[in-house]
Write a protein that binds this ligand. Structure first.
Ligand code: SDX
Length: 428
């Protein structure tokens, strides 16, 4: 295969290097394009055909429905690893030994206390505030309480920031939920595992002992693993570009949380449940919603369906769909929403509009059904996505900084007014 691409523009030929990744993906390196062509650039709204970086963290093949973290398949990791192991793998590149994992968790636990003044910020929010807005604000506020975590250049300084946010973020997640529920803002218990501690902080009632349910612990652990990274998705690209200006890790993560909030991205898991509820209220009339989704004059989309990269089944959706059945059965939950979701999936998979556009269920289609069975409020679903995605965002931010990537600053094609003289107001 040639490692040169030839481009002819304005009657001149230019040669551009062709680079190949370890999974035989091929890219045209256009770093020199503008200089060698006298100013010609490419344009690609939504970056559907444009790579922003080289990365060794996550590989996915949208046509084959493959997803791997640092070379390990998502299927094996979801089955055999736990969330903290996967976080270590994504951030540092290797599965940890027992000693490495113990030290990692010990360092995280040692930094898991959140400054008590942050409670005042939580108190200042109305109960009606969307949890993603609260979480993004609290994450950014951590910068004020941890100034040494802003300008981090050495690997050691970065490590300190990493264990701090992995320790404090679950507290902020729990406080965000308990604020809405009018429950006291509590800490967990460092004698527990990472996911058990999250559940205790979220669900412990002030007047009762919290009893862990292994089905819920295992299901949340698996969901967090499945959400942990996904190469250069919208929120991860946001974390990278904000971090590329050397803004601190917490500020970069706060921006990523805001990007994830959107209903076209992580906010879809909440939108899926709201859609399924609406269909249920409508007497289960899935055909009406299918018609709406296909109607170009109707902005409604079948939430939880379609994906920028997967033009086959999202491998995470397959795993979550099986887990949904298992969790609901184990918990003895009979949720009619699950049957509606399966019916909708079957209709879409046999509908020409969806088949032609290769629209399959994505990670968000079934996840909310499990969260709901766990007793997590619908508005908290995207917060749970953020909790899962945290190690991926950290890993990508750290890779970008360690590779000393340049500040992100895309070009544009100007299509506005050409030069014109100023017009005094009396002449307008
Ligand atoms: C996530 O990128 C990631 O990796 C994200 C993520 C991660 O882990 O970080 O995987 C998480 O964000 C999953 C996606 C969650 N979003 C949703 O479920 C929202 C519903 N899905 C769509 O909005 C849409 O599919 C996107 C945004 C996910 C992808 O949109 P694209 O790639 O920009 O595709 P498109 O908008 O160009 O759509 C192509 C065609 C269009 O029809 P035509 O103009 O060709 O006639 O497919 C149609 C679209 O109208 N289409 C849909 C549809 N999704 C696409 N039609 C109805 N329902 C849908 N859901």
């Amino acid at each position: 295969m040639s490692n040169i691409a030839t481009l002819e523009v304005n009657g001149q030929k230019h040669e551009l290097p062709v680079v190949t990744g370890t999974e035989n993906e091929v890219a045209i390196d256009i770093k020199s394009l503008r200089a060698t062509t006298g100013g010609v650039i490419t344009i690609d709204p939504g970056y559907k055909n444009t790579g922003s970086c080289e990365s060794g963290i996550t590989f996915l093949d949208g046509e084959k429905g493959i997803l791997r973290y640092r070379g390990y398949s998502i299927e094996e990791l979801a089955e055999k690893a736990d969330f903290l192991e996967v976080a270590y793998l994504l951030i540092f590149g290797e599965l940890p030994s027992t000693e490495q994992l113990d030290k990692f968790y010990s360092d995280i636990k040692s930094k898991s206390v959140v400054d008590d003044d942050i409670r005042k910020i939580v108190d200042a929010f109305p109960k009606s505030a969307h949890p993603m807005g609260v979480l993004s604000s609290l994450t950014s506020a951590l910068t004020a309480f941890n100034p040494s975590s802003v300008n981090v250049d050495s690997e050691e300084e970065m490590y300190n920031s990493v264990v701090k946010i992995l320790g404090k973020f679950p507290v902020l997640v729990a406080w965000t939920m308990r604020k809405k529920q009018g429950l006291p803002l509590d800490y967990g218990d460092n004698s527990l595992g990472y996911v058990e501690n999250v559940l205790k902080m979220m669900f412990k009632q002030p007047n009762e002992e919290y009893i862990q349910n292994k089905v819920i612990v295992d299901a949340l652990d698996k969901l967090l693993i499945l959400h942990a990274d996904h190469e250069q998705n919208c929120s991860t690209s946001t974390v990278r570009i904000v971090g590329s200006s050397h803004a601190g890790l917490f500020a970069s993560l706060s921006a990523g949380i805001s990007a994830l909030w959107g209903p076209l991205h992580g906010g879809a898991n909440q939108a899926v449940l709201e859609m399924l509820e609406a269909i249920k209220e409508d007497g289960g009339d899935t055909k009406k919603y299918m018609a709406k989704a296909k109607d170009k004059n109707d902005p409604f989309r079948l939430m939880g369906f379609g994906h920028r990269v997967y033009k086959n089944f999202d491998p995470r959706a397959k795993i979550i769909k099986v887990a949904a059945d298992e969790v609901l059965e184990s918990l003895g939950v009979d949720d009619p929403i699950l049957a509606i979701a399966k019916g909708l999936e079957q209709e879409a998979l046999n509908d020409d509009y969806f088949v032609k556009r290769k629209l399959y269920p994505n990670v968000d289609f079934y996840s909310g059904i499990i969260y709901r069975a766990m007793g997590i409020p619908t508005e908290m679903f995207t917060v749970m996505f953020a909790l899962g995605r945290l190690p991926g965002w950290i890993a990508q931010w750290r890779e970008m900084r360690l590779r000393k990537e340049p500040i992100g600053r895309p070009r544009q094609l100007y299509i506005g007014e050409t030069y014109r003289d100023f017009k005094n107001i009396e002449k307008r």
